[in-house]
Ligand binder design. Structure first.
Ligand SMILES: CCCCCCCCCCCCCCCCCCCCCCCCCCCC(=O)SCCNC(=O)CCNC(=O)[C@H](O)C(C)(C)COP(=O)(O)OP(=O)(O)OC[C@H]1O[C@@H](n2cnc3c(N)ncnc32)[C@H](O)[C@@H]1OP(=O)(O)O
Ligand SMILES: NC(=O)C1=CN([C@@H]2O[C@H](COP(=O)(O)OP(=O)(O)OC[C@H]3O[C@@H](n4cnc5c(N)ncnc54)[C@H](OP(=O)(O)O)[C@@H]3O)[C@@H](O)[C@H]2O)C=CC1
Length: 498
């Protein structure tokens, strides 16, 4: 019998960020392994014309929840959506809902955050710091609360090279920043942001670091743990391999490379690609929830959920495997045949951006314009290059994260729990994982049918022929112009003909 699964039975669990990438996998696993849990409260805001209930139904009826619908047919009744906006005071939760949450909640998983790298500092502070502070305040009023699990990121201290499972202080106290945000106008925030952020590369990582400090300072008597995942990727095993549903991190790059837009990226092939499958993160999260509630460690424990020190893979190996998977499983509607490489220095990057990215986009836009359609490729390419520039920081460096607490927890689990809540990343076969990842991007993110693979391969052959034709015509024109202007070229030409 799994101790962890049994622990969540009969519990009332509060989840923030439940509609996000990690949140959905967390609810899925909870409902599948502990179908007898009492209720999962999820804090959701209405969005894009969808009511709360529509958003929940969308999740429950999705492919990800296929197994849950079998194991727990009354899953609709287990999930109780509570209207909330984490940017508002008291999260804009109604009095009755708040009362229920305060009196019933046993466990909190705080996943909500803004993960945009370029978010305005004010907004990133609001969601990643102030909302965390407010949730902790709510937690302090919950008599039945057993554990508060905060999801942070392994990159909250990316200004350091070696990172231990401790909280590192930021130079300015989060409380001071929260207070200042109330009276600083946007112009002041913009001016002061680079100074506050120092050597943090973006507002996301900086505010996640502040969020951790808030957790430490406001923990009071609460039973808290922090989980720091690195770059979270598609599912490895559960509920099925390769599930992914957003364009964040590597996903967007895989799409861009597979469709032939991405031709070159500035990355160090030997730098560690610290990817971690989302199901591994969720297994660790549930194990930490159990351990924190049952063993009640004296201090707040931090768990690194990373792969680099136990089973490293580098960007070179990952890139090669991604490209070789495209041979077997091509994406539909490719712009060019997938082929990309890593560049190292700034001059090459500028050259490749001009020749391999911008020029083909412009040529294609001219073709669209000439055929009476709206040019769109240059805009898309500019967006891609902007995204790449934001990711570059993370693919040109390596970090070392110690994983003592994570390994300690693994040794505390029964063999049954080690199997059901497996977070031992040493068992991960990277080549197999990446192949499933690319397949998952095709199936679940791009929603492409496997039956379309022969047509996609034929399209790539056509693109190859267009490429050869284009190069031949280009070469002939260039050579003709050269012969017309240069005596040496003429001599070479006559020599060849002779
Ligand atoms: C040895 C030699 C070997 C040779 C081999 C060569 C191999 C070559 C490469 C092959 C393939 C590559 C495979 C692997 C390499 C990949 C590298 C990946 C690096 C990953 C690093 C991640 C670091 C993460 C560190 C921290 C982790 C975390 O804690 S949190 C999660 C990370 N967060 C994010 O990823 C969010 C990042 N995103 C943003 O900040 C913003 O979206 C943005 C700033 C990038 C863009 O903002 P903008 O306002 O312009 O756009 P937005 O409003 O967001 O979207 C507008 C529309 O654009 C679409 N969109 C968004 N992102 C992408 C994208 N990446 N690709 C395509 N389209 C995208 C979006 O859907 C919107 O569309 P519409 O709704 O239709 O308008
Ligand atoms: N993905 C990754 O690679 C990594 C993620 N993490 C951490 O994991 C956690 C989850 O990330 P991930 O699932 O990828 O993020 P997503 O962007 O997929 O999800 C974010 C969640 O937060 C919710 N949210 C945002 N703003 C509000 C608001 N004002 N009120 C209520 N809810 C809100 C979103 O709701 P809505 O659907 O309404 O927008 C969504 O459910 C974060 O804390 C992140 O820092 C850490 C390391 C890596």
């Amino acid at each position: 019998m799994s101790m962890i699964a049994a622990f969540y039975g009969g519990k009332s669990i509060l989840i923030t960020g439940a509609t996000g990438f990690l949140g959905k996998v967390l609810i899925e696993k909870l409902c599948r392994t502990s179908p007898d849990l009492k209720v999962i409260y999820i804090l959701v805001r209405p969005k894009a014309g969808h009511t709360l209930q529509q958003r929940v139904s969308q999740i429950i009826n999705s492919k990800l929840f296929e197994k849950v619908r079998e194991v727990c047919p009354n899953v609709h009744e287990k999930i109780r959506a509570i209207s909330a906006d984490l940017n508002q005071n008291d999260f804009a939760i109604s009095k009755e809902d708040m009362q229920e949450l305060l009196s019933c909640t046993n466990i909190i998983f705080h996943c909500a955050a803004t993960v945009r790298f370029d978010d305005h500092l004010r907004h990133a502070v609001q969601l990643n710091v102030t909302a965390t502070q407010q949730l902790l305040f709510m937690a302090s009023q919950m008599p039945k609360l057993e554990a508060f699990i905060h999801i942070s990121t392994a990159f909250s201290n990316c200004n350091l090279k070696h990172i231990d499972e401790v909280i590192y202080p930021c130079s300015v106290e989060p409380k001071k920043i929260i207070d200042s945000m109330e009276w600083w106008d946007d112009a002041i925030v913009d001016e002061i942001a680079p100074k506050l952020m120092g050597d943090w590369p973006n507002t996301y990582t900086y505010t996640k670091a502040l969020g951790e400090m808030v957790v430490q300072q406001e923990s009071g008597n609460l039973n808290i743990a922090i989980i720091r995942p690195s770059i979270v990727g598609a599912t490895w095993q559960e509920p099925f391999p390769g599930w992914v549903d957003n364009l964040n991190g590597p996903n967007g790059m895989i799409v861009a490379a597979g469709r032939g837009f991405l031709r070159a990226i500035r990355a160090s092939p030997l730098a560690v690609a610290d990817l971690i499958p989302v199901d591994t993160v969720i297994n660790l999260t549930l194990a930490v929830g159990w351990y924190t509630a049952v063993h009640r460690p004296k201090s707040t424990l931090i768990y690194h959920c990373t792969s680099g020190n136990l089973n490293p893979c580098n960007w070179g190996k990952m890139g090669c495997q991604v490209l070789s998977t495209f041979e077997k499983i091509p994406f539909e509607k490719a712009f060019r045949r997938p082929h990309a490489d890593f560049t190292a220095n700034t001059i090459t990057v500028h050259y490749r951006n001009a020749v391999s990215h911008r020029a083909p986009a412009m040529i294609y836009d001219i073709y669209l314009w000439l055929t009476g359609r709206k040019p769109r490729m240059t805009k898309l390419m500019n967006r891609l290059l902007r995204t790449i520039s934001m990711l570059e920081y993370f693919i040109n460096r390596s970090w070392e994260w110690s994983t003592y607490n994570t390994e300690m927890l693994m040794s505390e689990l029964s063999p049954e729990d080690q199997r059901i809540f497996n977070f031992d990343v040493r068992q991960l076969n990277w080549l197999e994982y990446i192949e499933n990842y690319v397949l998952g991007v095709k199936k679940y993110l791009l929603k492409e049918d496997m039956a379309g693979i022969p047509e996609a391969k034929q399209h790539l052959r056509r693109l190859q022929n267009i490429y050869y034709l284009f190069n031949t015509v280009f070469f002939l024109i260039a050579w003709r112009l050269l012969i017309a202007r240069s005596q040496i070229a003429r001599n070479v030409w006559f020599f060849i003909m002779w």
